[in-house]
Ligand binder design. Structure first.
Ligand SMILES: NC(=O)C1=CN([C@@H]2O[C@H](COP(=O)(O)OP(=O)(O)OC[C@H]3O[C@@H](n4cnc5c(N)ncnc54)[C@H](OP(=O)(O)O)[C@@H]3O)[C@@H](O)[C@H]2O)[C@@H](O)CC1
Ligand SMILES: [K+]
Length: 478
């Protein structure tokens, strides 16, 4: 498990936020937190908008309570404010107290009022949203010209990022303590607009008590080995790649990604197809012997199987690798070979499917990518890297990292082969599978960001070494 010091990477789910709130009510008290939350919302708005007519839509729970506080602070700053309650807060609740302290104007929860306002603050539902909001609520939100959400848009599932109904996009969302998974995962990420996360002084013990299991991927959550004067190629790690005879490009891209991210040695097991790999890249070692013989070398622990392989080629290699208990990363052709029987992949350490490959293996993931990837990881006992605009990296023990450190530049053919090579290098460097996968995805994303506009996939390689150096430096700073 990530350690307590890693809480800064945590992405608590709304259910875990409920736990955090319960713990907070025993210590600092919800009213104090609510006051800071509403104040943070008012400050974020004042920093980004000129004074204007504001309508605050307040629901019956604590999200509504934050809304009353924000209304009070904006009014105190001289803004023209009205509050439209959907329903009154429960008597005796913190939100009830916040509503009582707001002495300004109240109006109807109606589309025409939203239309008249310059800025509408959505404090209807936040972490407590557990079912689609009623059409009347959506109609009022949709009438707004400019929308700011407190915590979460009232249409977005904070756990999955799914839109519970079709609704409007927001200019900004102000959340507290830590972002929630729904702020990071699509489509929630897009609906939220600019995301501000305010520190409201939540005691760390409360966040710890929430027991988060989802993390935002980044250096410090894992540590990539640095260069050392005692390094030699075997210590840095050997990556072995199964090569096919028909599609050498994918294998070569994976090999290049592995080398560029710091593998000590990359060997391609090409069998009878060795001639196709011998040209160029003189630093690569090409083996033409039978796989069985190559597996006698115990230093060759980490194997990449799948990029550029046909199904018969996977059938001739993957079972042998598994039988010899190697650390195997399965991608591309290896996933196709398993078809809709993912159990055939039992024994591999990491798989790296995109959504299409994932669907063929495990069925369509539906709205909850994290739950689907978790189930898949448990089913085959391997780390699952579900690749996408936000990649989901799941360990069979339930740990999840969401990676938004990426660039659309990576959406090009061959990018997945490079990624597989990078993750294999992290495995060969001795990292545990989930950490290696998280690191590989981050480094790949960083290289994509550095590679400029519309890079060809080969251009990523030039940036992987600097990406690794940056990851090492950032992890040291933390
Ligand atoms: N964690 C933190 O650090 C802090 C969190 N804070 C804030 O607390 C917020 C969470 O508050 P919360 O737990 O009271 O939930 P909230 O979102 O107000 O909704 C609950 C109410 O809505 C109702 N309801 C739900 N869905 C519905 C629907 N579709 N249609 C109709 N009704 C629906 C539900 O009704 P019920 O299900 O009980 O019938 C209940 O009455 C959080 O988002 C943040 O803003 C800060 O104040 C302090 C620090
Ligand atoms: K909200």
């Amino acid at each position: 498990m990530p350690m307590k010091s890693d809480l800064r990477f945590s992405l608590p789910t709304p259910a875990q936020c409920g736990e955090m709130d319960r713990k907070a009510s025993e210590t600092i008290g919800i009213s104090a937190l609510m006051d800071r939350a509403g104040w943070a919302v008012a400050q974020a708005i004042r920093a980004r908008f000129a004074p204007c007519r504001v309508l605050v839509l307040c629901g019956p729970g604590n999200n509504g309570g934050d809304g009353y506080v924000a209304a009070r602070y904006l009014e105190r700053a001289g803004w023209s404010v009205q509050v439209a309650p959907l329903a009154p807060p429960r008597e005796g609740s913190a939100a009830f107290g916040a509503a009582a302290q707001y002495r300004g104007r109240i109006t109807d929860f109606a589309p025409e009022n939203a239309r008249r306002a310059d800025l509408v603050i959505d404090a209807v539902f936040g972490a407590g949203l557990d079912r689609p909001p009623a059409p009347e609520v959506v109609a009022v939100l949709s009438a707004a010209r400019t929308l700011v959400a407190i915590d979460l848009p009232s249409t977005v599932n904070g756990t999955t990022g799914a839109a519970l109904v079709e609704g409007p996009d927001y200019r900004m969302s102000v959340t507290f303590v830590r972002p929630k998974p729904g702020h990071i995962l699509y489509p929630g990420r897009e609906i939220c607009g600019e995301l501000i996360c305010a520190d409201i002084g939540m005691p760390e013990v409360c966040l710890e008590a929430a027991g988060p299991t989802i993390w935002l991927n980044g250096p410090g959550l894992w540590h990539v080995p640095a260069m050392s004067p005692e390094d030699h190629k075997y210590r840095r790690g050997v990556v072995s790649i199964c090569a096919g005879q028909v599609m050498p490009g994918a294998t070569r891209l994976a090999a290049a990604g592995a080398r560029a991210s710091g593998a000590g040695l990359v060997r391609i097991s090409a069998g009878e197809g060795a001639a196709a790999y011998c040209l160029g890249a003189p630093g690569l070692v090409i083996d033409d012997g039978p796989l069985k013989t190559l597996l006698e070398d115990e230093r060759r622990r980490v194997w990449l199987c799948g990029p550029g392989l046909t199904e018969p080629e996977v059938a001739a290699s993957l079972p042998l690798l598994l039988a010899s208990e190697r650390i195997v990363l399965a991608d591309a052709g290896a996933l196709g070979w398993a078809g809709s029987e993912p159990e055939k992949l039992r024994g591999v350490s990491v798989i790296t499917p995109h959504i299409g490959e994932f669907t063929r293996l495990f069925g369509a993931p539906g709205d909850d990518l994290v739950a689907a990837a978790r189930e898949a990881a448990q089913r085959i006992g391997a780390v699952v890297v579900l690749k996408g605009a936000v990649s989901v990296i799941v360990s069979p023990d339930g740990r999840v990292a969401l990676n938004d450190h990426a660039s659309p530049a990576l959406a090009t053919a061959g990018s997945g082969d490079t990624l597989a090579g990078v993750i294999a290098t992290m495995l060969a460097a001795g990292m545990a599978p989930w950490e290696a996968a998280c690191a590989g995805v981050w480094l790949h994303g960083e290289a994509g960001m550095r590679a400029g506009n519309w890079p060809i996939v080969e251009a990523l390689d030039a940036h992987l070494g600097d990406a690794r150096a940056k990851a090492i430096a950032l992890a040291c700073e933390i």
